[in-house]
Design a protein around this ligand. Structure first.
Ligand SMILES: [Zn+2]
Length: 87
């Protein structure tokens, strides 16, 4: 899903993201009319925001690193046990 947010660089303000380009266009038109007397302010723009799926299913980076560490440690122990039992 993509969201749109209008930003006016002159006013250093960013509007809350909206679902459609049309809504963002309306916000832009309203703001230009009300605040800038119908003129086009410098650097006003509509930004696209991509909603990305959260990486690692909600695990923080250190938690993932710990799980990877446990996995490597577990593999090493299993290998050690295999070697010990096959001597
Ligand atoms: Zn403005």
């Amino acid at each position: 899903m993509t969201r749109h947010r209008y930003r006016c660089d002159r006013c250093k303000r960013t509007w809350p993201p909206v679902a459609t380009r049309e809504e963002a266009d309306q916000q832009r038109a309203r703001h230009r009319a009300l605040t800038h007397g119908g003129t086009v302010p410098d650097g006003d723009d509509i930004w696209l925001m991509e909603d990305r799926p959260i990486e690692g299913a909600g695990l923080s980076r250190p938690a993932r690193r710990m799980l990877i560490g446990l996995g490597i440690g577990g593999t090493a122990m299993a290998a050690w046990n295999w070697i010990a039992s096959h001597r």
